[in-house]
Write a protein that binds this ligand. Sequence first.
Ligand code: ADP
Ligand code: MG
Length: 364
Amino acid sequence: MPSDTSEVFLKFNNVKKSYDQKSLVVKDFSLDVEKGEFITLLGPSGSGKSTVLMMLAGFEGVTGGDISIAGQSVTRTAPYKRNIGMVFQNYALFPHMTIAENLAYPLQVRKMPKADVKERVNEYLNLIEMGDFGGRYPGQLSGGQRQRVALARALIFEPTLILMDEPLGALDKKLREQMQYEITRLHQKLGFTVIYVTHDQTEALSMSSRIAVFNDGVVQQCAAPAELYERPANAFVADFIGENNFIPGKVVKIAQDQATVAVSGGATITAVASEGLREGGDCVISVRPEKLFIQPTSHAYDNEVKAEHVTHYYVGDFIRYYFKFANGTEINIKVLNDLAAPDFKEGDEGTLVWLTKDCIAFPT
Ligand code: ADP
Ligand code: MG
């Protein structure tokens, strides 16, 4: 994050939004975005992500706060003057126009000379590897092809800022992954800035330079994908990003950012102490399924808790085990599929082990 604010390209400053003059659906949103970043707004449905995009695009006014682009406030600027490219889930191509005409449209609106339009349209058709499709109509394309055209149409007038609201939501998994790659490739090649909205955490993790996790109109954490995954700021983020087990307990001691936690049933666990944790307070320990191991294991460990095997199943690249602590807490474990995978029957006792650095204690 630059301390020199002149480097900030896009700035949200304490932005608020209410649709009914009573409740705020975006509560106090502040974010500095550098040129060329790929920022994803990630969160459950109704958490305020699209509202933020709509305010940035200018289709919704702000209830409070300010948005600026390149140092200029745009909160009173008409949408078309903000020069922002947009891609939505429902492609919104003009059905009566050919693909080439669809791509030419934003250039014609901006009064580009005819010869230049033709050249630019061909360039962008080639960029999305659809050089031969210029004469077709949207109805003659597959969903994935239409979405590539929609992407090209948003990029073709070379805006510095592109907004995408769940653009891949209507595509099946395989196509979605191809398009994620396609968007990332174009972003790296052309260097525009992206604000991307999704509720799909895998998509967010694989595409973004930073992710802002929304819940109920409030950003819970804004960080690079690896940091969000490895160091979630609170239990909401730990639960929303990836998978986690949650073990309730009581904090016995905190020393050097490490918490000693007593778990009902007699076990003691050491965990990384998150901000706000207090000795004597209640907490919940989060530990990811892939960070747990079942004894005997060649992995090093700090924590060791006995548990009863409930069930397990084969998932191909890994095996998922379910165990239960003496206090009833259910724990799931992902073990990479190799031939040495332990064989348990329901009711068998096992010992689960993991490292202190791989679990975090959050206050509750
Ligand atoms: P998300 O994109 O994260 O699913 P939205 O920004 O669409 O969330 O919605 C946030 C909240 O604002 C929701 O409670 C939604 O019902 C409400 N909302 C969104 N758009 C409007 C609107 N045009 N009028 C009134 N309420 C709206
Ligand atoms: Mg939305």
